[in-house]
Design a protein around this ligand. Structure first.
Ligand code: AMP
Length: 204
């Protein structure tokens, strides 16, 4: 039996979205546009952005786009990357942690949902970790993959491949939702059932 306080928390809509995206600046304009569009859309919807805290690549564009329209942006960065990824000094909040593991844990714990944008190895690592935690029922938070310009088609194929060969159950594919553009992502966030944003069962 849940307490009234827990029921009330259960009713809350998505307020904070953790965005995973690339730190490389050497990527095509179509990917840069998608991340800027998302930053702006989240801020305009009153949804706070949680991300890795860097100023470089898509990460920096995301933060700048949200901040430009008055959004709230929290960056979480390990101390050893503050120079390499150039910690963004204009954020609403910059949290410096002591390791990549602490960063991932902190980002996940603070978020109501996750958005995966085009990125590299770090983005893949973050995506698979949050997906595997969901598969193990450690959380129920929505994971939305923004397939900007078809970038994530190979990821979709890989997940199908894993299921086809019996290494994951078909239901695993239901743990993520792949959306084609920012507008579809924002619609998906608005449609998330309140029960799925509940922190009650989360063990992140
Ligand atoms: P990338 O997609 O490789 O450009 O990396 C995106 C972000 O993921 C960057 O902030 C990286 O610092 C971060 N990252 C890279 N490897 C890891 C890891 N093993 N765990 C957590 N974050 C990582």
């Amino acid at each position: 039996m849940r307490s009234p306080r827990e029921v009330e928390r259960d009713m809350q809509p998505i307020r904070r979205v953790c965005v995973y995206c690339g730190s490389s600046a050497a990527v095509a304009p179509r990917f840069r546009q998608a991340v800027s569009e998302l930053g702006r859309a989240l801020a305009e919807a009153g949804i706070a952005v949680i991300y890795g805290g860097g100023r470089v690549g898509l990460m920096g564009l995301l933060a700048d786009a949200a901040l430009a329209v008055g959004g709230t942006v929290t960056g979480i960065i390990p101390a050893h990357l503050t120079a390499g990824e150039a910690a963004h000094q204009g954020l609403t909040e910059l949290v410096v942690v002591d390791s990549l593991h602490a960063r991932k844990r902190e980002m996940a714990a603070r978020a109501d949902a996750f958005a995966v944008l085009p990125g590299g190895i770090g983005t893949l690592d973050e995506t698979f970790e949050i997906l595997s935690w969901k598969q193990l029922a450690l959380h129920r938070k929505p994971i939305l993959i923004l397939d900007a310009a078809g970038y994530w088609a190979p990821l979709r194929a890989l997940l199908d491949h894993v299921v086809t060969h019996g290494f994951a159950r078909p239901q695993t594919l239901d743990l993520v939702r792949i959306v084609a553009d920012v507008s579809a992502l924002m619609t998906a966030l608005a449609e998330v059932p309140a029960s799925l944003t509940s922190p009650v069962t989360d063990r992140l």
